[in-house]
Design a protein around this ligand. Structure first.
Ligand SMILES: C[S@@+](CC[C@H](N)C(=O)[O-])C[C@H]1O[C@@H](n2cnc3c(N)ncnc32)[C@H](O)[C@@H]1O
Length: 273
C-alpha cells in the first residue's frame, strides 16, 4: 500500500534563514490544511492546473505515464499524485506539512492507491539521486520557495535525460490587489512584486509567499537546463462547464469574476535539455 517516509526531522544543509521561512510555511499549512481540503473540491480523477479551469484531460501536457517514475513536489493532499498513479505512474509525493500529508494518506487508504509519500523541504532535493525520475509535477508550491534557482537546478538534477517538468504556479498578476468595488486590479509596480508575509490564526512563525514576474519564472527555468515547450495562462471554464474542472469548490467560486479577468496561474511544460 502507501508508504510514508519522514525526512523533515533530518533537514540538513539549509541555512538558518531559509529554515525559519519553511518552518512558518509548514506551521501555516498545518493550520490551514483541514479548511483548505474541505472548501476546495480537488479531483483525484484528473490533474489540476488552475482553479475552475481545465485539467490534464484537456491540456494533454503529460502524455503516457504508464510505468514511468514521477515525483510531485508540494503535493498537499495528494490529489494530483493520486490522479497520476491512477494513470499508471509510479509516484512519489513530497510535502512539508504533516496535516496535508495525513490527508493524502487517508485518501490513498480509502481508494486503495499506492504512492510513496515523503515529508521534506522541496527547495533542495538532496534526498533524491541524480537522473532518477521521468517527470516532475508541481502545482501551487513554487511560490512558497525562496530560492527558485536552486529548486530548478535540483529539479533538473533528479530528472532523467529528456525528463519533463510540469509546473503550475501563481501568476504574477495574482500578487496584486483586487478592488472589489471597481472590479479592477491595482498594479502599482509590476517589476517589484510583493512577498506576502502571512499568519493563520494561532500561528507563531510567519509564512512567506513569493511572487515573481513572468521573466523571472521563465529565466529561472531556462537557465537551469530546461527548454520550455508550452506556457499557458488558464482561464476558468464557462459557467455551464465549471463542474468539469478538477479544481473547484467554495474556496474558489467567490473569486470567479476575478479569475475570469486575471490569470491566477501560469502553467509551464518544460523538458530537460
Ligand atoms: C497551495 S498548496 C498546493 C498543494 C497541492 N499541490 C494542490 O495543488 O492542492 C501548497 C503546498 O506546498 C507545501 N509547501 C510549502 N512550502 C514547502 C516546502 N518548502 N517544501 C515542501 N512543501 C512545501 C505546503 O505544505 C502545501 O501543501
Amino acid at each position: 500500500m502507501y508508504q510514508l517516509l519522514y525526512y523533515w526531522l533530518n533537514i540538513e544543509g539549509d541555512d538558518l534563514k531559509s529554515k525559519k521561512n519553511i518552518l512558518g510555511n509548514k506551521e501555516g499549512w498545518d493550520l490551514m490544511s483541514e479548511e483548505y481540503q474541505v472548501s476546495s473540491d480537488i479531483s483525484v480523477e484528473d490533474i489540476h492546473y488552475s482553479p475552475l479551469s481545465f485539467g490534464e484531460k484537456s491540456a494533454n501536457l503529460i502524455g503516457n505515464v504508464v510505468g514511468k517514475k514521477y515525483v510531485e513536489l508540494g503535493c498537499g493532499g495528494g490529489q494530483n499524485s493520486i490522479a497520476l498513479a491512477k494513470l499508471g505512474a509510479d509516484v512519489t509525493a513530497v510535502d512539508l506539512s504533516s496535516n496535508q500529508l495525513t490527508h493524502a494518506v487517508s485518501t490513498c487508504r480509502n481508494l486503495g492507491i499506492s504512492i510513496n509519500l515523503l515529508q521534506a523541504n522541496i527547495q533542495t532535493l538532496n534526498y533524491f539521486p541524480n537522473n532518477h525520475f521521468d517527470g516532475i509535477i508541481s502545482a501551487f508550491s513554487l511560490e512558497f520557495i525562496e530560492d527558485i534557482g536552486t529548486f530548478f537546478s535540483e529539479s533538473n538534477r533528479i530528472l532523467k535525460n529528456r525528463g519533463q517538468l510540469i509546473l503550475s504556479t501563481t501568476h504574477p498578476l495574482g500578487a496584486f490587489e483586487w478592488d472589489t468595488e471597481s472590479k479592477n486590479l491595482l498594479v502599482t509596480n509590476y517589476f517589484n512584486p510583493p512577498v506576502e508575509i502571512w499568519k493563520e490564526q494561532g500561528q507563531i512563525s510567519p509564512g512567506f509567499t513569493y511572487f515573481r514576474t513572468m521573466e523571472e519564472i521563465f529565466s529561472n527555468v531556462t537557465e537551469n537546463g530546461f527548454t520550455i515547450k508550452k506556457l499557458l495562462e488558464p482561464k476558468p471554464l464557462d459557467l455551464n462547464k465549471e463542474l468539469l474542472s478538477p479544481y473547484k469548490g467554495d474556496y474558489w467560486t467567490e473569486f470567479r469574476d476575478r479569475l475570469n479577468a486575471i490569470p491566477f496561474a501560469v502553467v509551464i511544460q518544460a523538458v530537460k535539455d
